[in-house]
Write a protein that binds this ligand. Structure first.
Ligand SMILES: Nc1ncnc2c1ncn2[C@@H]1O[C@H](COP(=O)(O)OP(=O)(O)OP(=O)(O)O)[C@@H](O)[C@H]1O
Length: 204
């Protein structure tokens, strides 16, 4: 089902970030968004997650008009956006247990945490993790659950070289599992996993 936009535009105040955006991302495909700071990558991802409506045009995600308040929508669409965060009081282990509980899935938390490089830190409060470790936990939170659509805003932020390799593997696996993916990124290996790239022009 994936993601479709038709003649979509977003205006902020009197300024159009972009207009006339037509795109289609099918299951197992990845679209990368690039463009300078302030060009509208995060705004576009927020529209795809139904946090704000587009100013004009049509958007369909996982077969419906995006609406982050809809539980059914949130179960099909997983996100890591620029304001995503961890639960500071809970440990990484507890994050994974919570996720498995709410989706009713069998999850090998110890293996996932070890692969994420969080094995040693699995039992400490997430609030005391380093920025890169928190980022790894957020990425696990977005991917260690079922989803049809995955939206990621600069997922490589705060990750070291090993973390970026691990992230590229997560994205490849999500594609193989049939997810439709849109990610904003400045990281070349992630761009290379994408079938298509949209460059938002930014201020003229
Ligand atoms: N809620 C808002 N109110 C006013 N202006 C906003 C709002 N959200 C975004 N903007 C403006 O819209 C423009 C696009 O912002 P956005 O965060 O989408 O860009 P971006 O491409 O993700 O940037 P970056 O690469 O810095 O993350 C910016 O000029 C920003 O100031």
């Amino acid at each position: 089902m994936g993601i479709i936009t038709e003649s979509m535009g977003i205006r902020v105040g009197r300024q159009w970030l972009f207009r006339g955006l037509d795109c289609a991302v099918g299951p197992g495909e990845c679209l990368a968004l690039v463009g300078p700071n302030g060009s509208g990558k995060s705004s576009l991802l927020r529209v795809l997650y139904g946090m704000q409506a587009p100013t004009e045009g049509r958007v369909e995600v996982a077969g419906q008009i995006p609406d982050e308040r809809s539980v059914a929508f949130r179960r099909r669409v997983s996100v890591l956006l620029d304001d995503s965060d961890v639960f500071a009081e809970l440990t990484p282990e507890q994050h994974i247990e919570l996720l498995a509980g709410s989706f009713g899935t069998e999850t090998d938390g110890a293996r996932l945490l070890a692969e994420a490089g969080l094995g040693e830190r699995a039992g400490v409060a997430a609030g005391s993790l380093s920025a890169g470790q928190r980022r790894r936990l957020m990425l696990l939170g977005a991917t260690a659950r079922p989803f049809e659509v995955l939206l990621l805003d600069e997922p490589e932020r705060a990750l070291d070289a090993d973390g970026r390799d691990w992230l590229a593997g997560l994205v490849r696996r999500a594609k193989e599992d049939g997810a439709a993916i849109v990610l904003a990124t400045h990281h070349q290996p992630l761009l290379e996993t994408a079938e298509s790239v949209i460059t938002l022009p930014g201020a003229e």
